[in-house]
Design a binder for this molecule. Structure first.
Ligand code: C5P
Ligand code: C5P
Ligand code: C5P
Ligand code: ZN
Length: 462
């Protein structure tokens, strides 16, 4: 964290000396937690602020910001680095706290892990960068919880099945001050809120043959392991005794291995899980992963204001509304995965893709592309690209994995350059990137992208 100290201090000075600020952030869990951290810090300082959420920071969005916020300092969180050249060219007075691959432009008030030899997909997220800045603005150590929710929301714990790098430092700090707790546990989604059998039933990453998708077999599996799924009410993971948790975990591992699941997939069942100690047990907010999904359910459906209110402490109307949105989000993710499963994917030499047209909302096609890697029809030795229609053009979302990164994959570069060549724009991270391209350019784009990825990838080691 120390390596950011000088730049963070400069940014904090600029914020302190500005009369009014505008926080501009990204519409996903990391973007919302970033904004939640920054707005809370500003509120505590008594600094007047307004907020704006953007799907992406293209020329139109930047121009709009430049025109509508004259004289105000703009704090970009979880975005901005990829548009730094334009921000500077437009003369927007800005502080940037981001983790996306930056444009090669010198700028004094730019916080980004890539400028310090760190990886923006694993070491720290937008919320982490915002937290580092917030720590220079006041006593904001409690906001470490939101920084961890942001990191988990961006799946920064996937590579090592645990948070590493600066994320880990923030985690330790939150733990030391009594805000966070972490432990190794079954890493299935819904530990706090869902009936145990549903954790198994909805496990898509990894997909558990014979259990994923089948309520009856999940209930039978648990009862056979001697763990009752119901007492007065459905029991949740947090209701089980430590012994029961152990039994389920080891029976599940045995089961997965016995039905031929590859060991690397089985390993993904266990990993660090993160608990927010100041939140009510049994709510989505108590678990970092459930919290981040709750936030995605607001921001990706044009309700970023609701998610931000939750991040800033609303446990009433906004929280209840967010929970309603979550139900719909879950249905959309399941429907999206079923769509990919039904239609299958098209394979080129170095990538595979699906085109969802209007069937998957463009704001969640990336989540579905990522989750689809556990489907049988999707190969893990090439990236997966999803297309969906959006108002401005065709939305592209690409997802890779750690093995592909080791072989040289950089999706941000490949997708960004291919989009440029067909008159679109994009960027992101080595492991996950996106773009918007003009209508009708999909075939041309995917051919170019296939070639670029072919050039990046070294052959598989045997
Ligand atoms: O815009 P932003 O940087 O917040 O989004 C990062 C994206 O990368 C998320 O959609 C996240 O799920 C994805 N990701 C991934 N696999 C990883 C790391 C990140 O799909 N291992
Ligand atoms: O857009 P990105 O790829 O960040 O999406 C991350 C989100 O994907 C998580 O916050 C969660 O909503 C969803 N997800 C999930 N179950 C998985 C993997 C991802 O709900 N197994
Ligand atoms: O939208 P999606 O979830 O696929 O985004 C994956 C990553 O690519 C995110 O980090 C996002 O910020 C980035 N992205 C981008 N430019 C776009 C679309 C996505 O930099 N036009
Ligand atoms: Zn992010």
């Amino acid at each position: 964290m120390e390596r950011f100290s000088n730049t963070a201090e400069k940014c904090a000075d600029l914020i302190r000396s500005s009369k009014e600020v505008v926080v501009v952030s990204h519409i996903d869990a990391d973007g919302l937690t970033s904004a939640g951290i920054m707005c809370t810090a500003l509120k505590r300082m008594g600094k007047p602020y307004t907020t704006r959420f953007e799907k992406k920071l293209d020329s139109a969005a930047l121009k709009n910001i430049a025109d509508n916020c004259p004289g105000k300092l703009v704090i970009f969180t979880d975005l901005g680095s990829g548009a730094l050249d334009e921000i500077v060219a437009l003369g927007i007075p800005a502080v940037i706290a981001d983790h996306h691959q930056p444009r090669p432009v010198e700028y004094e008030y730019h916080l980004n892990p890539h400028l310090h030899g760190l990886n923006g997909a694993t070491d720290i997220c937008g919320a982490g960068m915002s937290f580092i800045l917030a720590m220079k603005l006041g006593d904001n150590v409690d906001l470490s919880s939101l920084a961890i929710v942001g990191a988990v929301g961006d799946l920064q714990d996937m590579r090592n099945n645990a948070l590493v790098g600066v994320n880990r430092q923030i985690l330790e700090m939150g733990k030391e001050h009594g805000y966070l707790f972490f432990e190794k546990d079954l890493k299935l989604f819904g530990r706090q809120t869902r009936p145990i059998f549903k954790l198994l039933q909805y496990s898509s990453d990894p997909f558990i043959p014979g259990l994923s998708g089948s309520e009856d077999s999940c209930i039978a599996f648990l009862e056979n392991a001697g763990v009752h799924v119901r007492t007065d009410t459905w029991r949740r993971w947090i209701d089980l005794s430590p012994q029961e948790k152990k039994t389920v975990t080891s029976k599940l591992i045995q089961y997965c291995l016995s039905c031929g699941m590859q060991p690397y997939k089985v390993q993904r069942l266990i990993g660090d899980v993160y608990t927010l100690l100041k939140e009510e047990p049994g709510t989505e907010l108590r678990d970092a992963s459930e919290y981040s999904t709750l936030l995605n359910a607001t921001a990706r459906y044009d309700h970023a204001d609701i998610g931000l209110a939750v991040c800033m402490g609303d446990r009433g109307d906004a929280f209840n509304y967010a929970r309603d949105l979550l139900e719909q989000h879950r249905r959309n993710l399941v429907n999206g995965l079923n769509y990919v499963m039904d239609k299958g994917v098209t394979r080129l030499e170095n990538l595979q893709y699906f085109h969802a047209k209007k069937e998957i909302r463009e704001t969640i096609v990336g989540i579905i592309a990522g989750m689809s890697s556990s489907l049988d029809c999707v190969r893990r030795d090439m990236p997966i690209i999803g297309f969906a229609n959006s108002e401005e053009g065709i939305k592209v979302s690409g997802r890779g994995n750690h093995d592909l990164i080791l072989r040289g994959l950089n999706l941000a570069k490949a997708i960004g350059e291919s989009a440029d060549e067909v008159g679109g724009a994009g960027g992101g991270h080595d492991i996950a990137a996106g773009a918007t391209i003009p209508f009708g350019k999909e075939d041309e784009f995917i051919t170019i992208l296939d070639q670029k990825i072919g050039k990046q990838l070294r052959p598989k080691s045997q």
